[in-house]
Design a binder for this molecule. Structure first.
Ligand SMILES: Cc1cc2nc3c(=O)[nH]c(=O)nc-3n(C[C@H](O)[C@H](O)[C@H](O)COP(=O)(O)OP(=O)(O)OC[C@H]3O[C@@H](n4cnc5c(N)ncnc54)[C@H](O)[C@@H]3O)c2cc1C
Length: 450
């Protein structure tokens, strides 16, 4: 991130969202909303005085995963690049009650700007890499895990904060009561591989659960019970790590941890089935870590329509071909990187992102674009300009020309034939799939059969 922040050819637009994309491969116009931070980027030195003095504290549901607080003026996370804070207007006393202004008073460079407005920036780019990642699935959707009913039932993400040196306990693994846990349960596949939530495997939870089991053993010496259906230690040296965690004394229970009950004394009872022994298992513990599923972001449909992306049935962005074109999409010039295309751990994300970057370099080095000859064309004499084709085109490849008639952009057209079937005037033809060609093929087939 530091390297990206300093690179002369990279412009970072953080706290920003793409609102609209028009154009085509080699020639996209991208409209970006730079949201108002209420802090002038060119004046802020990132000294942090505003954050220190701000009197408003709020529970941080993002970076701290609900385990810690942040101020109303804050940096979303400690190594944020650029190192510039933002005012959370919903919780700032000036924006909500019209009083305070402490940050403006203490800022040594006068960088606070309460009147700052969102800015729309338009950039011209030749290619786009979408790398929007994943969201955490909410385990409250499966009430049998009692998530939210005890502060000692954590998601994997919350445990990451708990065990982190900058987390709420400065990295000590403690229960909500401030005690070292004596028994801890780790439950795999919460919401993954489950017909009541997500059918797919979230892919990296087995390995981070093993990491969590190791951290608990290492930092507390507690007994750790690891409930798993089968261990997906698929990567390089992953199986060896699994072996090591077994040697460290973690107790593995082969079977889904099916339920967590909060007992009257606050202890947590994990109920499951040991598939190897073929009998139910009950374990009372002080802390439960749920390896919850991941899922596409809530706005995935909106992002897909902005960038012209397809989606797989489980909601992730679709690649052009799962084996042969894993970073390309159905829109030429738009590529995918990382877990927005499906669950991926860090090594796989880095490899995927590298491949996407190289696809962009390859595209730019070619200097020209090869398009399929199977595209649609409009007979301008027949077109009445009704616009039905424009509405029906899934690739937004059709626009009106100066005469109000349909014009197809060959760089965007995929030759799917939707417009051909839609056009009420019969004015559109798919090249190499004309009626005459299809009829000739049928005739030849019939002749061969007779
Ligand atoms: C609890 C937990 C522990 C893990 N531990 C490990 C581990 O030990 N080792 C390992 O290899 N992997 C681990 N992983 C997996 C790792 O987090 C992922 O592999 C990695 O985050 C994927 O990176 P990404 O860039 O694809 O997605 P993300 O990390 O999700 O990044 C996507 C970014 O895009 C931003 N974004 C989303 N939508 C938009 C939008 N519309 N506009 C602009 N920006 C947007 C997001 O804010 C985010 O910053 C763990 C995951 C979890 C949940």
């Amino acid at each position: 991130m530091m390297d990206a922040g300093r690179h002369p050819n990279i412009t970072l637009l953080s706290y920003s969202e793409v609102e609209n994309v028009s154009g085509y491969v080699g020639n996209f116009d991208v409209q970006i909303r730079k949201r108002a931070r209420s802090v002038k980027e060119d004046l802020c030195t990132g000294c942090g005085t505003c954050q220190e003095k701000c009197p408003s504290k709020v529970i941080d549901m993002a970076y701290e995963a609900g385990m810690g607080k942040r101020k109303a003026i804050y940096r979303p996370f400690s190594q944020a690049i650029p190192n510039i804070p933002v005012i959370d207007r919903d919780n700032c006393l000036w924006f909500t009650k019209g009083r305070c202004r402490v940050c403006a008073k203490v800022c040594p460079t006068g960088a606070i700007d309460y009147d700052q407005q969102d800015e729309i920036v338009t950039v011209k780019v030749g290619a786009i890499v979408v790398a929007t990642g994943f969201a955490m699935w909410d385990p409250k959707q499966l009430p049998q895990y009692s998530y939210g009913e005890s502060p000692n039932i954590l998601t994997g993400l919350q445990f990451e904060r708990l065990t982190n040196a900058s987390g709420p306990t400065l990295g000590e693994i403690l229960t909500a009561e401030g005690k070292k846990p004596e028994r801890v349960a780790v439950i795999h596949c919460v919401g993954s591989r489950d017909e009541n939530a997500h059918l797919y495997c979230s892919r990296f939870c087995c390995m981070y659960s093993l990491k969590h089991a190791h951290q608990v053993r290492d930092k507390t010496g507690a007994e750790v019970y690891d409930f798993y259906m089968d261990m997906r230690a698929f990567g390089k040296a992953y199986e060896e790590f699994y072996e090591r965690i077994q040697r460290e004394g973690v107790l593995f229970v082969r079977g889904r941890g099916a339920e967590v009950e909060v007992l009257a004394d606050g202890k947590l009872r994990v109920k499951g089935e040991d598939a190897n022994l073929g009998r139910p298992v009950f374990v009372d513990v002080d802390l439960v870590i749920l390896a919850t599923a991941i899922e596409p972001h809530a706005d995935v449909g909106k992002v897909a329509s902005i960038f012209g992306l397809g989606r797989t049935p489980d909601g992730w962005f679709a690649e052009a071909h799962p084996k042969l074109r894993p970073v390309e999409t159905s829109t030429a010039g738009v590529f995918l990187a990382g877990s927005c295309q499906g669950p991926r751990d860090v090594p796989d994300t880095v490899a995927h992102a590298g491949a996407a970057a190289l696809e962009v370099v390859r595209l730019f080095n070619q200097g020209e674009v090869t398009i399929s000859p199977t595209v649609a064309v409009v007979d301008q004499a027949k077109c009445v300009g009704c616009g039905e084709c424009i509405i029906s085109c899934p690739y937004t490849a059709i626009h009106r020309n100066a005469d109000g008639k349909a014009q197809i952009n060959a760089a965007l057209c995929h030759g799917c034939g939707t417009c051909v079937a839609t056009c009420p005037s019969g004015a559109i033809t798919a090249l190499h799939f004309t009626d005459q060609e299809i009829v000739a093929q049928i005739d030849a087939l019939m002749a061969a059969l007779v």
